[in-house]
Design a protein around this ligand. Structure first.
Ligand SMILES: [Zn+2]
Ligand SMILES: [Zn+2]
Length: 721
């Protein structure tokens, strides 16, 4: 092969052809460096059939510069890149960027030189050299590490090295970590768990594509069950990917995993050090690491020999990426399973309606774990009608809930208050003139964060100090915080129970796996009495002494009114209720609401999950809403509102008129300004029999709009703002 097609890491370009110089060996999947103008870019050699390009004279082709010494990307991953790009209207290069996200991993694989004193004493000793010789006994490290340890300059260490006082060892930067062992921990499964894990283990041995929906109430032991499938994959010497919806959940997962398998899996998330990303990327590509637990981006890693994918808490909407390539990790996981020909387990206590629909269609196999494990019972859920059980003025907790908190404190048991609102107050108003403090870049309120003493926009990240006087009328002390966030609820708890030890759990306080671990340790040590938290505390955690859960405002989630509002509220409240009474002690759950008769609340208090799902699914079927048909959103934005509006109108006017394909809008987006850009939306509705992607591609590709206008397509949208 002396001519190859290369997909370069440049989203603006399609694939390009290059000449392979004499003596260079490449194959499809090889990671190469190629010239582009005066620059040098990484890229991947692709099959010629995948991306047709214009033929040009072979003599004009530029030669590839070099092939990287890493395993080529395997065909299943290359097919996944093509599928993701086509399905979600992304450029193949922007999907490839997620695969090659650790540039350092394939940039070089030179060994690192480390040094250690060998007993030689140089003839001329300076005070600096003396210091280094004393401090570095029994130490091995790179030149800069040794300089740091000894508190001397790098030049001093290099000088000593030239005098022969060190022995050198070249170590690979890609040393693999200890691998988990399938039979390390003892397992004690119930009959239900054993039956389900047998089915999963069989599927792993069969090495065929097969999606499972593992459905079990919180506390039914889903993790133990899919651990058995992981063990089986390890026995087959295969790799396993476990996807979790939040980094904060990684730490408790790692602990449980370590107990079962005797070693921790590798981790993959955005908060990792570059050097760790590099090591882990490499270890997976070379097959030296067996299990990885990660955020959605771990889906696009170059596994050498993947045998199983587990998506835990698979209903979580945080698996949907909302910027860049707008993919849904749960759906891409199933596609990766298809291309790799392996089983995929979607685990959830409150499955997404989309996943249940796949079961009904016969595409996924349903595996149920009905009972709570170890005799624990589901907690009783009781609605507190806020119009009758009225909190005192300026407070947010109903008297019944306060009394229950007090009882729990006296018994030495832990309580959790759930409110899905970060910060102190969602809105700041001027009492004098009614002015409301908005974000200057977005159609959104600035949220008060009292702990960090500032106002923040949760959409664009803009922050400002809390003003002392009203920016509009100039009145002093006229600004009032309206409504509660978790910080305000925590203040209320401290006023009511000054002796209680409290903790706030949100993405503002638990922003790293380490912080999550600290929180878990404190809970387990009994150092916290009352936790106030956002959706971050609704899942994954297992605290035996947590026996009371209070949902501060069950009506919040229903306000948005989008397609999934009721489903999401049900899932969130059922999940947070599931935190209560997970061991021998029974749990109690109070749900504060102004609408105790709303179907969601009724389903929760009657523990009627099936009834709720049946009604929701029927409503969607009637409305021909997803999953019974498909949606795609078109988001048009520009700093110039007129340009954005005209482009949106042009898109609307040129919409194809086809059976089973309709376009609604354009209309200004609910979040009509975001990061200084004006936004307009259209919604495409298509029957499942229609080829949505092809129709939209034909339609949008013919249109032209000003350069400063951005047109984004969001297939299967979850966000409607
Ligand atoms: Zn004012
Ligand atoms: Zn903003």
């Amino acid at each position: 092969m002396n001519r190859v097609r290369v997909l370069l890491l440049n989203a603006a370009l399609g694939p390009l052809d290059y000449r392979v110089p004499d003596g260079m060996r490449v194959e499809p999947g090889s990671i190469v460096m190629a010239p582009l103008g005066p620059r040098k870019l990484p890229g991947v050699v692709w099959e010629t059939e995948s991306f047709p390009v214009e033929e040009i004279d072979p003599k004009k082709l530029r030669p590839l510069l070099e092939v990287r010494d890493v395993p080529p990307l395997r065909p299943p991953l290359r097919r996944l890149i093509e599928w993701t790009a086509a399905y979600y209207f992304a450029s193949p290069a922007s999907v490839l960027r997620m695969v090659l996200s650790s540039g350092a991993a394939f940039a070089d694989n030179r060994a690192i030189s480390e040094y250690r004193l060998n007993g030689t004493v140089p003839e001329r000793i300076t005070p600096q050299r003396q210091l280094a010789l004393e401090k570095l006994v029994d130490t091995q490290g790179t030149v800069s590490e040794l300089a740091f340890k000894a508190g001397v300059s790098v030049a001093v260490i290099r000088g000593l090295e030239k005098l022969g006082v060190f022995d050198r060892e070249d170590v690979s930067p890609f040393a693999a970590t200890a691998n988990p062992s399938p039979d390390f921990g003892t397992v004690d499964l119930s009959d239900d768990q054993q039956n389900v894990s047998n089915i999963l283990m069989e599927a792993v041995r069969a090495s065929q594509f097969k999606p499972f929906l593992l459905d079990g109430v919180t506390g039914s032991g889903k993790t133990e069950v899919y651990f058995e499938a992981i063990a089986e994959a390890l026995r087959q010497d295969k790799q396993v990917l476990v996807l979790l919806p939040e980094i904060a959940l990684t730490e408790p997962f790692l602990n449980r995993f370590g107990m079962r398998f005797g070693a921790e899996p590798l981790a993959w998330h955005s908060g990792m050090k570059q050097s760790d990303r590099k090591k882990n990327w490499r270890a997976l590509a070379e097959g030296n690491a067996k299990v990885i637990v990660g955020a959605r981006s771990a889906l696009f890693l170059p596994y050498a020999n993947l045998g199983l994918i587990v998506v835990d808490e698979a209903h979580e909407t945080s698996f949907k990426q909302e910027d860049g390539v707008r993919y849904h990790a749960r759906d891409v996981a199933v596609m990766r399973g298809l291309y790799e020909q392996i089983p995929v387990i979607l685990a959830s206590a409150t499955p997404a309606i989309e996943s249940r629909h796949q079961v009904e269609q016969g595409n996924y196999e349903l595996l149920e774990l009905p009972a709570r494990f170890g005799g624990a019972t589901m907690p009783d859920i009781e609605a507190l009608d806020l119009t009758e059980d009225v909190p005192p003025r300026g407070n947010w907790l109903a008297p019944t809930l306060v009394a229950a908190l007090e009882e729990n404190l006296e018994r030495g048991e832990q309580s959790l208050l759930f409110l899905n609102r970060r910060g102190f107050a969602p809105l700041t108003l001027c009492r004098t003139c009614g002015h409301r403090i908005d974000c200057p870049n977005c159609t959104a309120w600035m949220v008060e964060h009292r702990l960090t003493r500032r106002l923040a926009c949760h959409h664009c990240g803009h922050v400002m100090p809390i003003p002392e006087k009203c920016p509009e009328c100039g009145d002093e002390d006229s600004l009032v915080a309206c409504g509660p966030g978790v910080e305000r609820i925590c203040d209320e708890v401290k006023m009511l129970f000054p002796q209680a030890r409290t903790a706030i759990v949100t993405s503002d306080t638990i922003w790293s796996p380490q912080r999550a671990a600290d929180f878990v340790n404190q809970m387990e040590a009994g150092a916290i009495d009352i936790v106030v938290g956002t959706q971050l505390v609704t899942k994954g955690y297992h605290f035996p002494n947590l026996t009371l859960v209070g949902v501060v405002d069950a009506d919040i989630g229903l306000e948005g009114g989008d397609l999934r509002a009721a489903e999401r509220s049900f899932q969130q409240i059922a999940q947070v209720a599931g935190r209560a009474g997970r061991a021998e002690k029974p749990g109690r759950v109070y749900v504060q609401t102004r609408m105790p008769n709303a179907p969601v609340i009724q389903a929760l208090i009657k523990n009627d999950r099936e009834g709720f799902y049946a009604a929701e699914i029927e409503a969607r079927r009637q409305a021909l809403a997803p999953p019974f048909a498909r949606w795609a959103a078109i988001i048009v934005s520009s700093e110039d509102n007129k340009e954005a509006m005209e482009t949106a109108r042009l898109i609307g006017q040129t919409a194809p008129k086809l059976d089973g394909f309709s376009v609604y809008g354009p209309a200004p987006a609910p979040l009509s300004m975001l990061r200084g850009r004006h936004r307009h939306r259209l919604l495409v509705h298509a029957l499942r029999s229609v080829d949505l992607q092809n129709i939209m591609r034909d339609w949008l590709e013919k249109l032209e709009w000003p350069r400063a206008v951005r047109v984004g397509v969001d297939v299967d949208p979850y966000s409607f703002v």
